[in-house]
Design a protein around this ligand. Structure first.
Ligand SMILES: [Cu+2]
Length: 103
């Protein structure tokens, strides 16, 4: 997040509260993922595994949505003010193509 994409302004860091929120959500996903691995190891019922995968995906989608919101309010706005609206929009469109659930 804090790394600069090629040809773009440096990303703004997350505020502490949002960073903690994102970190906790990712740790939850990690816990769910560990549980899924255990379920596979223990030959759990397929549908139960799929439900846990859905839960992990939903949590990751929420993290992506939080980061997208932050990006809009900081990096994107700054890029527009710097006269780089076209590239900022192109970058977002490319990103949203990989995250259609965010649209
Ligand atoms: Cu950003």
């Amino acid at each position: 997040m804090a790394k600069k994409a090629a040809g773009r302004a440096p990303a703004k860091t997350l505020d502490l509260e949002r960073k903690n929120d994102v970190r906790n959500r990712l740790k939850t996903v990690r816990g769910v993922t560990d549980g899924i691995i255990k379920m596979i190891d223990e030959d759990a019922y397929c549908v139960d595994v799929i439900k846990q995968i859905s839960a992990a995906r939903a949590s990751l989608d929420k993290v992506a949505r939080l980061l997208l919101e932050k990006h809009f309010s900081t990096c994107f706005v700054e890029a527009v003010h710097a006269g780089e609206a076209d590239s900022a929009v192109a970058e977002l469109m490319e990103t949203l193509n990989f995250h259609r659930e965010l649209i």
